[in-house]
Design a protein around this ligand. Structure first.
Ligand code: GLU
Ligand code: MG
Length: 443
């Protein structure tokens, strides 16, 4: 029997948890085929881990129980070649958390999203989505140039090219790498895709970007605010619905703002539940240093036509180039950041939209102005509510939103609230500077 003389090629089975952190276990790549059907072990209480890696004290699981992290073969990501020729390939499978007999485990965010996508299918609808990520690149050796500048792009050297190469190797359909408004701030986008793959892809963008930076001796910060006064890092979720045969269902050229009746009900559902949704899409103390007026990040629950101060934005369609308009048309959910689990956040937005469709909610709160420029009575007349100002408020709003909570598995909610309360206790006495520092080191 021969023994290996160098590092064994490894593959990982991963789950991206309720705190949006990708965790998992690794095994020899040669052993993956044997393990695909049974996965690897996992511990229920891991789901109650705060981003600070402390398991919430009052979580429902304690030291009991065993789960399996079951890889999804279709989600396999492999990046063979990065900038460091000696670095091992990045190779992992997204997985679902299941009981040892394969029964789905209700706290798994990827399972929640899959089940929600299935509910849309029952309504004859498919979901197309793309997540845009902003982040700060750390460790560049030289002065970096201004907002959106070519100089800022060039200052990043081969980093953008390697990120897009790695995303291409990963099958993530990369679209654009751009210098953003903030100093050292960049953005990477991938093309839209369907269902759970869209949230897997959001994880892949984060992990691939981190991996390329690591291989180049650089660092990344996806946290929504790196330091008080800096430009914020958002995650924007673009969503549209189609019939099962692919016919676009959000676009209607005859209607105001081209919003179909379905899109109006869907948007109304998202707006109705938006203040509470923030507890799942902007879920940390540092998220609320971003969700303020004039950050282009959204501070009010309203729908805006191409308006970047609106929480839900009707995106432009481009008639140049001859691409069909209806296929481009989508709504962008902006009060989201990279401290959220992409699977949980996307599932929550979809649930809210579906409730709007099922209840045929009328659409209010449409504003083409900066909602902060209106006075309180004008906002009230339009039905525009403020988003929560703190994590504590957001959690209370979620707890009080019985219709939304009724759609989430009780065990998931119980674990989530336990974890977030622990996180609140860990951050309550920190200054804004300290909150920014802590989360910059975690995301
Ligand atoms: N940086 C902004 C945010 O925190 C978004 C800017 C943009 O529209 O690209 O969401
Ligand atoms: Mg941007």
């Amino acid at each position: 029997m021969s023994h290996s003389t160098g590092p064994l090629p490894l593959s990982s089975f991963v789950t991206t948890d309720l705190a949006g952190i990708t965790r998992g276990r690794s095994l020899p790549t040669s052993a993956v085929a044997d393990q695909l059907a049974s996965g690897c072990g996992w511990v229920p209480a891991n789901s109650a881990l705060t981003p600070q890696d402390i398991i919430a004290e009052d979580n429902p699981w304690g030291s009991h129980g065993d789960l399996r992290l079951l890889p999804d073969p279709l989600s396999h990501l492999r990046v063979e070649q990065g900038p460091d020729p000696l670095a091992p390939a990045l190779d992992y499978y997204h997985g679902d958390l299941v009981e040892t007999d394969g029964t789905p485990w209700p706290v798994c965010p990827r399972t929640l999203l899959r089940e929600e996508i299935a509910r849309y299918r029952e309504l004859g609808l498919q979901v197309t989505a793309a997540f845009e990520h902003e982040f700060t690149l750390l460790g560049l050796p030289q002065a970096t140039g201004g907002a959106f500048s070519l100089q800022a792009q060039r200052a990043a050297g081969n980093f953008p090219g390697w990120v897009l190469s790695a995303l291409e190797q990963a099958g993530a359909d990369p679209e654009m790498f751009l210098p953003e408004y903030g100093r050292l701030q960049y953005e990477v986008t991938c093309r839209p895709t369907q269902g759970v793959v869209a949230a897997d892809r959001a994880v892949n963008v984060r992990e691939v970007t981190r991996e390329i930076a690591r291989q180049m001796g650089l660092g990344t910060c996806f946290s929504p605010l790196r330091a008080p006064g800096e430009v914020t890092n958002g995650v924007h979720l673009h969503l549209s619905l189609q019939s099962l045969d692919g016919t676009p269902r959000f676009y209607d050229a005859e209607q105001p703002h081209n919003l179909s009746e379905l899109a109006r009900h869907w948007a109304a559902g998202v707006l109705r539940h938006l203040p509470a949704l923030c507890a799942l899409t902007a879920p940390t103390a540092v998220s609320y240093l971003r969700l303020k007026p004039h950050h282009w990040s959204a501070a009010y629950a309203c729908l805006g036509l191409r308006n970047r101060e609106a929480a839900l934005r009707i995106c432009p369609v481009v008639s140049l180039g001859g691409k069909p308009l209806a296929r481009q048309f989508n709504l962008e959910f902006r009060p989201m950041d990279a401290t959220a689990s992409p699977h949980l956040a996307m599932a929550a937005v979809l649930i809210a939209g579906r409730l709007g469709v099922q209840e045929r909610l009328p659409l209010h709160a449409v504003a083409d102005v900066d909602p902060d420029s209106l006075d309180a009575s004008e906002r009230e007349a339009l039905g525009i509510r403020a988003l929560p100002g703190t994590l504590e408020q957001a959690l209370q709003l979620l707890q009080d939103d019985h219709a939304l909570c009724a759609q989430l598995p009780p065990a998931l909610l119980q674990t989530y609230f336990a974890m977030k309360r622990q996180e609140l206790a860990l951050t309550r006495d920190l200054t804004d500077d300290q909150v920014c520092d802590r989360y910059a080191s975690l995301y």
